[in-house]
Ligand binder design. Structure first.
Ligand code: AMP
Length: 495
């Protein structure tokens, strides 16, 4: 069984009384409650005219209201288009235009700009949970969906086939506009099956989840994985290190999935020792510094399990659950995934059943994402440290070419972060008459230590990799998953 919907149905059928999830807006619910509430809502969605293959745009907040409508959409056989509620108007307009939804749902009354965008692509069906008293009467007929809607109809639901589209997730878009990646029930299901095997993740687990629910990490793995495996998860509305530590200490969790910035904040709060109570502590979405890996190990007794993946591929590699975890590496290929490095560029290429179906409305980008032999080109460069441990050296498009030499920002950043006193670093290329590009480092940490930091860099890096400039900043710009916004940093150097 390798389809998301089939896996969810199997888990609901096997023991309805088991607790499935907990959210701030609805408390704890059993598998049977989740099944029945999403079935009644799926029937309502079909009553109002949503059918298999339609796209439902969801402005995804971490709540049961959102999960319920998302699962109901999947049960209809429709496609859930998950959008970051913090998108700017430009990004949201792009998401609406490429996804061409039939209907939309958002947590609170939609602002007029959103309604105008949806209207421009002909959407006349939507919903939100709120009083809606300010809505003009002409718009009211549009709002026929609420997350708690129920219907006594008995439509044919749960019929999505493994290769039917399930979700659209937008890539992080740290360099350009986010691209909408279409993933099928098989894409998500096979990835979850691979993680279940690699991490021994199953219905005995209890996951504490505080990630955004519109990305592969929080949604494709955290939410869908728990639902498909019948494993309990508690979804928090936002990340707060003190609350995370308290929950781990007071409740019987076994797992936590996070991004490096969350672990850094846990370490800074002095409460990361709480992680030692968990059997599965996973990090991904951005590189975790070796320094932070070691700090967490000291506090918890074991290295965080770092894995590597992308929206388009789902999870690609993972450090082993039981074998040696090497900080600074992302482990070996997961079951059913093949990984190859391009002989010339070192680019990581991927094959496997979890590879996405394509970018919405962008056939050119879709075909450019694959090489002539069907390998997906990740855009990341890697080196095998040994056959079970891949080391990511950087993004090819962030590669800096200085005086004809190639410099991957990731390598310089790792050396910078190893200097105690530097908590974060981001390295970019700045236009330079002398060098073509010159290496510039943005550093968050102790100001005034410039000479010591440069000495440290010179001891650890060949001369052309040593930044020509260090710029001390109070914070490094990052997106919701903690990925550095390199384009923004490059732009700031032009001004
Ligand atoms: P996204 O599709 O938004 O999830 O971004 C995927 C990108 O995140 C990858 O191509 C990598 O550049 C980066 N990434 C994910 N996991 C890791 C990791 N463990 N270490 C370094 N980079 C990572």
């Amino acid at each position: 069984m390798d389809s998301l919907i089939e896996m969810m149905l199997w888990s609901w059928a096997s023991d309805g009384s088991q607790l499935q999830l907990q959210t701030a807006d609805r408390g704890a619910l059993s598998r049977a409650q989740v099944e029945s509430e999403t079935r009644l809502l799926a029937n309502h969605l079909m009553d109002v005219g949503i059918g298999p293959g339609d796209r439902v745009l969801l402005l995804a907040d971490p709540s049961f209201a959102y999960l319920r409508i998302c699962i109901a959409t999947l049960r209809v056989g429709a496609v859930a288009v998950l959008v970051n509620p913090a998108y700017t108007e430009r990004e949201l307009r792009h998401a609406v235009v490429v996804s061409r939804p039939t209907a939309f749902y958002c947590a609170s009354e939609p602002v007029s700009e959103l309604l105008e965008m949806l209207g421009s692509v002909g959407v006349n069906l939507g919903g939100f949970d709120g009083p809606g008293s300010a809505l003009p009467s002409t718009l009211r007929p549009m709002f026929r969906i609420a997350s708690g809607s129920v219907s006594t109809s008995d439509h044919r639901i749960d019929n999505a086939l493994p290769d039917d589209a399930a979700v659209v997730l937008f890539t992080s878009g740290t360099t350009g506009l986010p691209k909408g990646a279409l993933l099928s029930h098989r894409n998500l299901g096979t990835n979850i099956a691979a993680l279940a095997e690699a991490w021994q993740w199953g219905d005995h687990d209890r996951l504490l989840l505080s990630l955004p629910v519109f990305h592969m990490h929080g949604f494709g793995i955290g939410v869908c994985g728990s639902l498909a495996l019948g494993a309990f998860f508690s979804l928090l509305p936002s990340f707060d290190p003190i609350r995370i530590a308290g929950s781990i200490e007071d409740e019987q969790f076994s797992a936590f999935f996070g991004v490096p910035t969350m672990y850094q904040r846990l370490a800074d709060s002095g409460r990361c020792d709480s992680l030692s109570k968990l059997r599965l502590v996973v990090s991904g979405s951005a590189p975790m510094s070796e320094h932070l890996h070691r700090e967490l190990k000291e506090a918890t007794g074991q290295y965080v399990l770092e894995r590597y993946g992308m929206t388009e591929t789902a999870m690609i590699t993972s450090n082993p659950l039981n074998g040696e975890r090497i900080p600074g590496t992302v482990g070996g290929a997961l079951p059913s995934v093949e990984v190859e490095l391009d002989v010339e560029t070192g680019e990581i290429k991927v094959k496997g059943p979890s590879l996405f179906q394509g970018y919405l409305g962008d056939a050119t980008a879709t075909s450019a994402a694959f090489d002539g032999e069907g390998w997906f080109r990740s855009g990341d460069a890697g080196i095998w440290q040994d056959q079970d441990h891949l080391r990511i050296s950087g993004r090819l498009k962030d590669l800096i070419i200085t005086g004809g030499f190639n410099v991957f920002p990731g390598e310089v950043e790792a050396v910078l972060r190893d200097f105690s006193g530097v908590s974060e670093a981001a390295v970019v290329g700045a236009e330079s008459d002398a060098w073509g590009e010159e290496v510039v480092a943005f550093v968050k940490g102790i100001r005034g230590d410039e000479t010591a930091i440069l000495d440290h860099l010179r001891r650890n890096l060949v001369n052309y990799k040593v930044p020509k400039r260090l710029i001390f900043v109070d914070s490094i710009p990052r997106n919701a998953l903690g990925k550095v916004l390199y384009q923004q940093l490059r732009e700031s150097l032009k001004g």
